[in-house]
Write a protein that binds this ligand. Structure first.
Ligand SMILES: [Zn+2]
Length: 426
């Protein structure tokens, strides 16, 4: 079969945002009415909330419905096998079924390859590339979907799957592999193994680009891969239960553009209410491309925020600002979630503090945030550092520090949590 490879930087990625919202909301309405009609579990959820499909017209209207979590899916699938009442098409029309830990059975109708292909294209994968796909081809969607999407970009795929480090190293060398698809930690394992075998990464290998998902890409690891090993890196965010990737990085690496296959909300997990751009909350997704899955408002448990700022790359979709942790990692201070990873970026990133700890206390009816910091240089200009740390913290975490205490080196225990919630609610 002759395949015509195309450019995956297209009209859909550069569409005016207002138009994108209209398209997404039209797809959302049709997904909701189909799910209500065909999927008994979705119908039951909506009936319990006394919400008719016609009441969901906009993305904002989704707030009327509860969030469904992984644990709910597992329970529902046990009581109503195999799909827990979420199948929204005829069983014989299911194209393929993936299984994620639980087990959760995920029916797929249309595979959503187009957006994966855009994600790989944005990462520079083209015809002429030889790519190892180190994701599993079993059970989970990753291996197979990425494989197909890489082919859409014209790349040659080496079907390695997970593990077998020595074979991966040899194949990457023998086949002059130019691209890696997998997790950052596995790529580091491969590089270390190559070095143990006496090989020189830059001399003996041709890998120039890597595409990651399934694991956070730590800034330090990114720096090592790019500067020490000459590999251009991109990451994408995906969740298997609702059917795949949700957002991907462009060459600017300033967050991950959302795909039009999903309606993505950032919410306060306790109330289910949507949060405005810039505020950190839980990522909740509703797939609108996969007709098989009547799943509405799937709570991922991952924390992020959305940036609506224009991206110089030309893609107009809003961006997830990165995965900042899990819902349990966040502490709410005066209505805003503070996440350890962002605090780290704000404080440790300033370069003057060796170790720090944030403490939230309650004074009267108000949350108070105290930063305790050990300075790298005890004689440094504390007034200036205080000012700069305050500004950085407010910019990145969007909450003001009430008190900054410089404590002597060794005061803060090495492995202690970055944020302590010392509020008493009695
Ligand atoms: Zn961009």
């Amino acid at each position: 079969m002759a395949v015509k490879y195309r450019t995956y930087f297209d009209r859909q990625e550069t569409i005016v945002q207002e138009v994108r919202t209209l398209v997404l909301e039209r797809r959302l309405r049709s997904a909701i009415s189909r799910a209500y009609r065909e999927a008994p579990a979705t119908r039951a959820i909506m009936d319990r909330s006394r919400v008719r499909p016609s009441a969901i017209r906009t993305i904002g209207d989704l707030e009327k419905l509860p969030v469904t979590r992984k644990t709910d899916l597992i329970e529902l699938q046990k009581s109503l096998p195999p799909y827990g009442g979420f199948l929204a098409i005829k069983p014989e029309d299911v194209e393929r079924v993936f299984i994620s830990p639980g087990p959760i059975y995920e029916p797929l109708h249309s595979s959503g390859i187009e957006w994966f292909a855009r994600a790989f294209w944005a990462a520079g994968f083209r015809k002429g590339d030889v790519v190892v796909n180190t994701f599993t081809y079993h059970l989970s969607p990753a291996g197979m979907l990425f494989h197909e999407a890489l082919r859409h970009c014209g790349a040659t795929v080496v079907v390695t799957g997970v593990g077998n480090t020595d074979i991966q190293v040899q194949a990457m060398r023998d086949l002059k592999v130019t691209g890696f698809v997998g997790t950052p930690s596995f790529l580091m394992t491969v590089i270390k193994r190559a070095e143990e075998l006496g090989l020189n990464w830059r001399r003996d290998f041709a890998v120039k680009k890597a595409w990651f998902t399934g694991e956070m890409l730590a800034p330090s690891v990114r720096k090592t891969l790019e500067q020490d090993y000459g590999i251009d890196t991109r990451q994408a965010y995906g969740v298997t239960e609702p059917g795949g990737a949700i957002a991907y990085e462009c060459e600017r690496k300033n967050g991950m553009h959302l795909m039009d296959d999903y309606v993505v909300e950032i919410i306060d997990s306790r109330t289910g209410k949507q949060l405005p751009p810039g505020e950190v909350g839980e990522i909740v997704v509703t797939p609108v491309h996969n007709k098989a899955w009547g799943l509405i408002r799937f709570g991922t448990g991952d924390l992020s925020s959305i940036s609506t700022e224009e991206c110089p790359c030309g893609r107009t979709a809003h961006r997830l600002t990165g995965i900042l942790g899990r819902t349990g990692d966040a502490v709410k201070v005066r209505g805003m979630f503070v996440v350890a990873r962002q605090a780290e970026e704000a404080i440790a990133g300033h370069g003057t503090v060796v170790r720090f700890q944030l403490a939230v206390t309650r004074v009267g009816q108000r949350d108070e945030l105290t930063l305790r910091a050990e300075l790298k240089d005890e004689k440094a200009d504390r007034e200036r550092i205080t000012q700069e740390l305050n500004d950085r913290f407010q910019n990145i975490c969007r909450v003001k520090i009430d008190r900054l205490e410089f404590v002597p080196a060794g005061t803060i225990p090495e492995k202690s949590p970055k944020i302590l919630d010392e509020r008493k609610w009695d």
